[in-house]
Design a protein around this ligand. Structure first.
Ligand code: SF4
Length: 491
């Protein structure tokens, strides 16, 4: 049996591993030497992979007939053999062609032979534009194609067009980037060899967490690498730029508690420093009292759950357009009595018509409707109003009643445990304690909600999923009611 270090020497560096190392060599090293350190993928990440596969299939239909190399069960030898056979038979378009050179492996999404005998190389991405990060990705593939005797003369990214309306307009488009990619091939080859030497070592690269941890992708080793970073690291201050955080660290102020001079911070950041250093809420009582007074005694609380498909499911929808499939609404009357209404769409049909009708019925009158981060709800209601002329007046009326609770906890009631966060869950737990917790709910986050709904409606999911969705969305609208009650009590 091979020792671990010998196995590392013999292993292949795939394109995805190269890209992990390109983002951060330590990320690649950990993938190979300590995969058990990786954070679990959330439901949203799995769904992103699923959408990526769907876009890959659509891209093959869009480009047309070609040989599809089979990479089932990650059988590299079979994929290499099928690629070789396709090339020998003169295939002019191959999907998922496999190329291996000195232990480096790439599967090219689309390659097409040109009349002059050179090749086009296209990468399919479920993004809405070609990005800088796609350049080294393509350069790595072009390098391996070249090493296998294929001359690449053109490269590009096939991606989604989020302005195209499905199904009347083509939702895929191609952005060529040959002049960026081909000059980079040599440098990428050099970098790949350096990464291979790096992973052959048992010594972990000494790289500190930094901006690379979320750029261009969220690294899945943050749980490990960030484990010693204090909860009140200066980076938690809202809207603190990377350069300003570095300036604070250069002065030896790693934690908010260390900061002794706030002159380089914004007014909001200074308020957070004061709250966190004092260890108690920083309260602007008069401003909160005025805001509470403006609400009156009857208040609604509203929240939508939405899903954004890369490939739209319904006519007239654009790629990644947020489509509401559920809402929850709590109403607290003048005497404190609570009522709850909601809507959960349960069929494969476009949810918006039935949801808009239910929304108008759920929100009569002219009392304020509290939301958390109002711009989102305002946009959803506005789009429904534009779509359904008969409901337009009522929906515009609802839109005009929307108010935002979030800024109160960003400006006037700063709880030190929130450490600058504007998340309703963080604020709820800091202010209300366990009463606000989502811990016991089977669906407890926005990404879990849209994945559960997709399973419920498109994958024949079961009714417990519907119950879980209703419980989660109801919690999202109960929390603002509780937070407002809390503010009324303490002010
Ligand atoms: S969390 Fe940051 S430092 Fe750690 S491996 Fe990932 S990118 Fe590198």
């Amino acid at each position: 049996m091979l020792s671990h270090s010998a196995w590392v020497l013999f292993m292949r560096i795939s394109k995805s591993k190269f890209m992990a190392g390109h983002q951060c060599p330590r990320r690649l090293w950990q993938q190979i030497h300590h995969p058990e350190r990786a954070d679990d993928y959330g439901a949203g990440t799995e769904f992103t992979f699923f959408q990526g596969h769907e876009v890959g299939e659509l891209a093959r239909q869009w480009r047309g007939k070609g040989v599809l190399v089979d990479f089932e069960n990650y059988d590299v030898r079979k994929a290499l053999r099928q690629t070789r056979e396709a090339l020998e038979k003169g295939a002019r378009r191959i999907y998922e062609a496999a190329f291996l050179h000195n232990g480096f492996l790439a599967l090219a999404d689309v390659i097409e032979k040109k009349r002059d005998g050179t090749w086009r190389l296209f990468e399919v991405k479920a993004t809405t534009k070609a990005k800088d990060v796609h350049v080294p990705d393509l350069a790595f593939q072009a390098w391996l194609m070249c090493k296998n005797g294929l001359d690449v003369s053109e490269t590009g990214v096939i991606h989604l067009n989020n302005q195209a309306v499905w199904p009347d307009e083509p939702i895929l488009t191609l952005t060529k980037n040959t002049s960026d990619v081909l000059p980079l091939v040599k440098a990428v080859a050099k970098e790949a060899r350096a990464l291979a030497r790096m992973v052959a070592s048992t010594e972990e690269p000494a790289i500190d967490p930094g901006p690379q941890c979320n750029n261009p992708y969220a690294c899945n080793f943050q749980g490990h690498c960030w484990r010693d970073i204090p909860a009140d690291h200066v980076g938690v201050l809202p809207r603190l730029s990377v350069s300003r955080a570095a300036q604070l660290e250069e002065r030896g102020w790693l934690r908010v508690a260390d900061i002794t001079d706030t002159s380089m911070l914004s007014e909001t950041q200074v308020r957070w420093v004061e709250a966190m250093q004092a260890g108690k809420p920083r309260v602007e009582a008069n401003a909160i009292r005025d805001w509470i007074g403006s609400l009156g005694r009857t208040v609604y609380s509203l929240d939508f759950e939405t899903i954004a498909y890369a490939i739209p499911r319904w006519r007239g929808v654009r790629p990644y357009q947020q489509i509401p499939f559920q809402f929850s609404c709590h109403r607290q009357g003048p005497g404190g009595g609570l009522t709850h209404t909601g809507y959960l769409h349960r069929s494969k049909a476009d949810p918006r018509r039935d949801l808009a009708k239910a929304l108008v019925e759920a929100l009569p009158g002219d009392e304020p409707i509290v939301t958390w981060n109002v711009s989102f709800e305002r946009r959803v209601v506005g789009e429904l109003a534009d779509l359904f002329p008969r409901q337009r007046k009522a929906l515009k009326g609802i839109q005009a009643r929307l108010v935002d609770l979030m800024p109160i906890f960003q400006k006037w009631y700063l709880h030190p445990k929130c450490a600058g966060s504007a998340s309703i869950k963080v604020v709820g737990e800091a202010v209300l304690g366990a009463e606000a917790g989502y811990g016991d709910l089977p669906v407890a986050a926005g990404d879990e909600a849209y994945v559960a709904w997709h399973q419920l409606v498109f994958d024949g999911g079961e009714s417990p999923l519907a119950d879980a969705l209703e419980a989660y969305c109801a919690q999202d609208t109960m929390l603002p009611i509780k937070l407002i009650a809390f503010l009324r009590r303490v002010i």
